[in-house]
Design a protein around this ligand. Sequence first.
Ligand code: ADE
Length: 367
Amino acid sequence: MLLGELTPSWKGRLRRRVQAWYGRHARDLPWRRQPNPYRVWVSEIMLQQTQVATVQAYFARFLAAFPTVYDLAEADEGQVLRMWEGLGYYRRARQMHAASRMIVDQWGGQFRTDVQELQQLPGVGRYTAGAIGSLAMGLREPILEANTIRLLSRLVGYREDPRKGAGQRLLWQTARDILPRKQVAAFNQGLMEIGSLVCTPSSPHCGQCPVATLCAAQIHELQTKIPRPKPKQTFTELREAAVVVRKQGRVLLRRCADGQRWAGLWDFPRFEIDSRRAPKLQWELTEKVQQQTGIQIEPGRLLQTIRHDVTRYRITLDCYEARCLGGRLHRTADKSLRWVSAVELNTFALSTTGRKLARLAVNQLTG
Ligand code: ADE
C-alpha cells in the first residue's frame, strides 16, 4: 500500500503487533517507571535533541534535585541550568522552569488533562503535550517526533519531505488514525521504540521488524529513499577568543544575556576576533575585554584552541590567559559580571567550552 487508505484490517494488525512487540522488547528506561506527567514531561523535553543514553544520567540527577514540579518552580534559574549543563539547547531548561512556575502559580500544581491547554506552557508543543497526555494520563492522543516521523513515513510510503507542512499534516493525521482504543501509552511508546531500535535512519533492521509486512517502504524497497534526507547543513566558519582574566585568585565571568548564544549561562569574556598575530591581536583582545566588561587587561599566553560547532557555526576558539590591570566592572542591574573563585566556579552553569576552560584555569591556579 503506497499512500492508500489505511484499512481497518491494516490498522488492527499494526496495533496488535506494535503493542505485543513493545511488551516483549521495551527497554527499562527510568521515565517509563512511574510515568506521571512531571516525569514524562521532563524526559520528553530532554529527549527532544538528545540521545536516550545521555538523557538517562541527566534525568536521574534532575529528578533527584527537583523531585516534583513544586521543587522545580522554587529553584532559581541558575540551579536549573546547572543541572542542565552539558545537555545543550538551554532554552529548553529555561522554558521548563518558566512552565513549572505557571503550573504551580496558575494551575495549583496540577497538569491540565487537555492537550490544547498543555500547549499553553512555554516549550510544550503538540508532541510534548501528546506524550504527556498519552503516556502519563492515558488520553487517546497521537504523538509525532523524530523516531515516529521516520517510522510512519516508511509505513505509509511518504516520499516528500516529512518535516514540511503537508508532510506534517499527513503524518499527524496518520498518527491519530492508527491509535488503538485502549493501551495508547504502550502503543505510542512502541512506535517510538520500533523507530529508535529497529527502523533506524540508515540500514533499518527490517528482518526484525514486527510491522515489516505492513510497511509500504519495505514492500517497495524504498527504505533508503524514505524519509527524504534533510538538505545538508552548510557551516559558517567563525574565529573567536575567550579570555581567562585573573585577579587575586579569581577569574572574571559574565552571564550571557537574553537573545545571545547560551542565554542565561555564564561564560568567560568571549567575542569574535579578526587579528591573527601580535601586536594587533593583543590590542584587539584588550579592547574587546574592556568593551565587554570594563576591565583593562594585559593578555598572556594562549592556553588552548578548541574547535566546536554551535548550530550552523563551526567555531575555532582560542583561549587566552590575561592579568587584570585595573578598571571597573560595568554596572549591570542583575550583576551579570562577577569575580569568581575556583570553588565557586562549580556552582555556576557554564557552556561546555566554558566548563573546559574553567577546568584548565583551576588546574593552573592550584596545580
Ligand atoms: N524519544 C523521544 N521520546 C522517547 C521515549 N519516550 N522513549 C524512547 N525514545 C524517545
